[in-house]
Write a protein that binds this ligand. Structure first.
Ligand code: AMP
Ligand code: ZN
Ligand code: FE
Ligand code: FE
Length: 305
């Protein structure tokens, strides 16, 4: 387990002052059409370049399917890129998301984890569609599949149901669908069977990657946030960092999470959770300092592309 901050750990933190959100650096949390974002990897890289970001990470849900196209575009535009994935986990009735970076995509354990979660997501979306179609007959699986942009390469989720609800004129926007018909509190909702966060950390570490706890201070995502004990369990398992700068994290939760970062010598990261037109979040609205990215990515299975 990481001890109290020592000199070595102070270095690991780089210049990441927790109090102030970085104004320059990398956006380490971005989605494309390979999950529930609305833009292609090429559009993503072009937009990041336009904004003058120092670098970006592609972090689609439970897949690396967008990596090749993102790498090609990144080389073409001269945009530094970290290959990553936002992994779905679940413990104590709490939905937990973890950002994994620069791991070995040929790792068998991770491949199995992604295949299982993607299959569970598909079955769950189909089951939710069945329930919804009893009250809204237009919302068929065909109508939802029409919203999936990269075929079987896409990780499906509630946003694709939301897009079908919008296309059918039942909801006015994704966000309105999330607030009503597909909300976690709705009678149509089903959760995604997924691994525990500890299993995710162990699997990513075995695959040579870095792993960061995403938006753990967002009270609107969960009735109960991850407890201190659960976070310490993750740190014991090898957690590398905590996403502090994310629009969903409440101010007092940022302070709470930053205490773990300081006490255990973790990395503090920031990211927009950009989904293109699918969410109000703007690309580059939250960033990670260059020095943190460099240290976080050092010695991983893959390097920055
Ligand atoms: P799921 O993982 O299938 O339960 O769907 C939840 C995901 O939808 C979250 O990871 C969000 O990133 C994503 N999402 C996309 N657009 C929205 C939105 N407008 N409101 C809430 N969540 C959204
Ligand atoms: Zn998403
Ligand atoms: Fe997330
Ligand atoms: Fe996300």
């Amino acid at each position: 387990m990481g001890g109290m901050l020592e000199n070595e750990d102070t270095k690991r933190l780089g210049k990441a002052g927790i109090e102030e959100a970085p104004v320059r650096g990398w956006d380490l949390h971005c989605h494309t059409r390979f999950s529930d974002g609305t833009k292609t990897p090429e559009e993503f890289i072009a937009e990041a370049r336009e904004l003058g970001l120092h670098g970006v990470a592609i972090t689609d849900h439970d897949t690396w399917n967008g990596w090749d196209r993102a790498v090609q575009a990144a080389r073409q535009y001269g945009m530094p890129l970290v290959r990553g994935t936002e992994i779905t986990a679940h413990v104590d009735h709490t939905s937990v998301h973890m950002l994994a970076y620069l791991y070995n995509p040929d790792d068998k354990g991770l491949a199995r984890m992604f295949a299982d979660t993607r299959a569970a997501r598909l079955a769950r979306v189909q089951e939710m569609v069945k329930r919804i179609s009893q009250d809204y007959p237009q919302i068929t699986w065909e109508a939802v599949r029409a919203q999936v942009r990269e075929g079987t390469q896409t990780t499906v989720g509630r946003p694709h149901i939301a897009d079908a609800l919008v296309a059918a004129g039942i909801c006015s926007s994704r966000s309105q669908a999330f607030a009503t018909i597909i909300a976690t509190t709705s009678k149509y909702y089903i959760h995604v069977p997924s691994p525990t966060p500890v299993q995710v950390v162990q699997t990513v570490k075995r695959a040579g990657g870095a792993v960061v706890l995403a938006h753990a201070g967002d009270c609107s995502r969960n009735k109960y946030l991850l407890s201190d004990d659960r976070i310490i369990e993750l740190i014991d398992a090898g957690l590398d960092g905590i996403e502090i700068w994310h629009r969903g994290n409440d101010p007092d939760q940022r302070v709470r999470l930053a205490e773990f970062v300081q006490r255990y010598g973790l990395f503090a990261t920031g990211g927009s959770d950009w989904h293109g037109a699918g969410k109000p979040n703007l690309l580059g609205e939250n960033l990670t300092p260059d020095a943190t990215v460099k240290l976080l990515c050092e010695g991983r299975f893959l390097s920055i592309a």
